[in-house]
Ligand binder design. Structure first.
Ligand code: 6R9
Length: 654
């Protein structure tokens, strides 16, 4: 980036009064962490989190890579997110401004949210849920979803939120994987004017079998649509909670107690249940919410992520509440009733810090260019002070548009690189300190030892690409893969990397500034609209259609709007279909994948061949498939290819 990089210096207004103000302040924090990593995080843990019993040691590395942070300290996440703000006299402050799909608004203060969380916590206890139990939450974006998560945290139950777009089969896998004792869901979800089932999918998941651990299904009545009811198991949330007391003593847990499990896609096999701690996670969530978004008492923060993803966990349910902020929760979609919805909401609610995904920005650019009425300049976005981006790389063109048209040229953009596994921000600008370069996530968060290394764990010089690693443990890091410690070790701490955490992304640091640019996944993980998906997962879904499919390979194709799209190459058991028949089978297979994983995993492009391109040793040549998916001319050496004739077939689009 050196020669042609456009650098945006930190605006005076952003620096003034910022939590981390100016580069020297950033460097001072980095130096403090360098001097004593444990002491640095220990200081922040004491400043940002309230402990019932103080910890005596920050970091325990004895069982590396099973690191422990603040282990002998005890705390409660929900107490930190709710009670302490009420105790400080902030009970009447709005914690959540909820805007429903249809525009209806509901303001929930910290006192309200505490009372609702306590009622729900008491309801869970009344049904026998106890500390250490797992509860699956399959909900739409709602205050009730956040309350359900906070209620679990309050009683020491570990939640596993499953994104509302996942299928019954995926839901079932996650219920059985965690041996959940309870499922919390809603009758339906409302998005873009459409009523979509949730409870019916829970019923379907349970009917698939293996979910015997689940004793109760708690149902939030969102739309009131008639739903099937299993009297021995199903309970209305309002009936369960209405008679409960609105106080509930928090369950004090050890810092390493698992706050939640969140499944995410890996490069091989089934999704991994990423297990997070309570203490370290909350420290990372609180510190990063404060510094990256520079949140102050009068800010209105809006993170548009779903609570089904890690971004919704850290920057909706835990981070902003831990620091007593006011935030927006939005039920709907950015394009309903029109593509000006985000801009209108920013205007209506005077949002000052806005955090969204590049995919959303790119699709709204398209809409704005086609229709002036939904262009951000048709709205008053003067309340904005900081913009954020997450989930995938933001291309410089989208960055510039976001900066100019949404931020009016005055708002710093924090391009935050992090992962489900990292718990919170890892590489990101701090808005009052870091000069910005479009397309670069800039520099590590203070206390995060991010580096770029080669395959043997040696540093590569700036200007050369390599593997992104983190050299030292940090409080918010993944603690385990639920029930699979071996996979945890081999996925994230491969022996050849000197004990460093392997992120799974490639990165390059600028030769002069040292700024990081993420170059994309180095494994078979795709990123479609910011959603992580394993190619293997989709392949196994396809081949599980045993009536039709003999073999399948899935690759990603770069896409201007969604980042990547899913492209599947399929060999059928019967003859290779063409024309209408091919389109018909492709639709059938897409629906099959939607059923197996969820609509987000549907391949956009499906092509059929009599075989897949393979080497003589039988390896599928994925690099070749990636070129074919891009409709590129094949320039690669195909001399080892056993069956070159299939290439012409696979180039044919349906
Ligand atoms: C928070 C979240 C993680 C993967 C990650 C990387 C990509 C996320 C990014 C980014 C470039 C950014 N990613 N943020 N790439 N710049 N600012 O998205 O978690 O769903 O686990 O995805 O997303 O590839 O490895 P998760």
């Amino acid at each position: 980036m050196s020669e042609k990089a456009i650098i945006y210096s930190v605006p005076e207004a952003a620096m003034k009064g910022a939590h981390v103000s100016g580069m020297p302040a950033y460097l001072k924090l980095v130096a403090e962490a360098d001097a004593d990593h444990g002491a640095y995080w220990g200081r922040l843990a004491r400043e940002f989190v309230s402990w019932k019993t103080p910890f005596t040691e920050s970091l325990d590395e004895r069982e590396a890579p099973f690191f422990k942070w603040f282990e002998d300290g005890t705390l409660n996440a929900s107490f930190n997110c709710l009670d302490r703000h009420v105790e400080r006299g902030q009970g009447d402050k709005v914690a959540i401004l909820f805007e429903a799909d249809d525009g209806r608004i509901n303001r929930v203060t910290y006192s309200d949210l505490l009372a609702r969380t306590c009622r729900m916590a008491n309801a869970l206890k009344a049904r026998g849920v106890k500390k250490g139990d797992r509860v699956v939450i399959y909900m739409s974006m709602s205050v009730e979803g956040v309350v359900a998560m906070q209620a679990c945290a309050r009683i020491g139950a570990t939640h596993s939120v499953v994104f509302g777009g996942f299928s019954a089969q995926s839901l079932r896998e996650r219920i059985t994987g965690a041996s959940a004792v309870m499922v919390i869901t809603a009758d339906e979800q409302l998005r873009g004017g459409k009523q979509l089932p949730l409870k019916a999918i829970v019923d379907e998941a349970m009917a698939l079998g293996g979910c015997e651990s689940v004793k109760d299904v708690i149902v939030y009545r969102r739309t009131g649509r008639q739903i099937a009811w299993e009297a021995s198991r199903d309970r209305w949330m309002h009936e369960e909670t209405q008679a409960q007391a609105d106080t509930c003593d928090p369950e004090w847990v050890g810092a390493e107690h698992p706050l939640f499990i969140l499944y995410t896609s890996g490069s091989t096999g089934n999704p991994k249940g990423v297990q997070h701690s309570t203490g370290g996670y909350l420290v990372h969530a609180a510190v990063s919410s404060t510094w990256t978004f520079d949140l102050k008492d009068d800010d209105v923060f809006w993170c548009t992520a779903d609570i089904g993803w890690v971004t919704g966990h850290t920057y909706i349910t835990y981070g902003p509440l831990a620091i007593g902020a006011t935030q927006i929760i939005f039920e709907g979609v950015p394009t309903y009733p029109d593509a000006g919805r985000f801009w209108k909401m920013i205007q209506d609610h005077k949002v000052s810090v806005f955090y969204t995904a590049p995919t959303a920005i790119r699709s709204l650019i398209k809409a704005a260019e086609a229709n002036e009425a939904v262009h951000p300049r048709s709205y008053d976005l003067g309340s904005l002070r900081i913009l954020g981006s997450v989930g995938e790389p933001i291309n410089p063109a989208a960055w510039e548009w976001y900066h100019q048209h949404v931020g009016g040229g005055r708002c710093p953009i924090v391009d935050t690189f992090w992962q489900t596994e990292t718990g919170g921000h890892m590489i990101t600008p701090l808005p009052g300190a870091t000069p910005l370069v479009p397309g670069s996530c800039t520099l590590p968060f203070p206390g995060i030892a991010a580096a770029v290394v080669d395959e043997t764990g040696n540093d590569v010089p700036n200007g050369q690409g390599g593997l992104l690693v983190v050299k030292k443990p940090w409080p918010g890091m993944i603690r385990n893969i639920w029930g699979d410690p071996e996979r945890f070790k081999s996925s994230y701490f491969p022996p050849e990397l000197k004990g460093y955490y392997l992120a799974g992304d490639g990165a390059i640091r600028d030769a002069e500034s040292g700024y990081f640019t993420i170059t994309g996944r180095i494994d078979d993980v795709l990123n479609v609209s910011g959603h992580r998906m394993g190619t293997m997962e989709i392949e196994s879904a396809l081949v599980s259609c045993t009536a039709l499919v003999a073999e399948a390979a899935v690759v990603g194709r770069p896409d201007e709007t969604t980042g990547e799209t899913i492209c599947a190459f399929v060999v059928l058991k019967g003859p290779r279909p063409t024309g209408d028949e091919a389109r018909k089978v492709a639709t059938e297979l897409r629906n099959w994948v939607a059923k197996a994983i969820g609509p987000i995993a549907k391949p956009k492009d499906i092509r059929f061949g009599d075989n897949l391109p393979k080497t003589r040793s039988g390896k599928i040549m994925r690099r070749l498939l990636r070129s074919i998916a891009k409709d590129e001319a094949i320039t690669q050496d195909i001399s080892t290819l056993e069956n070159p004739a299939v290439l012409d077939q696979l180039m044919e689009r349906n």
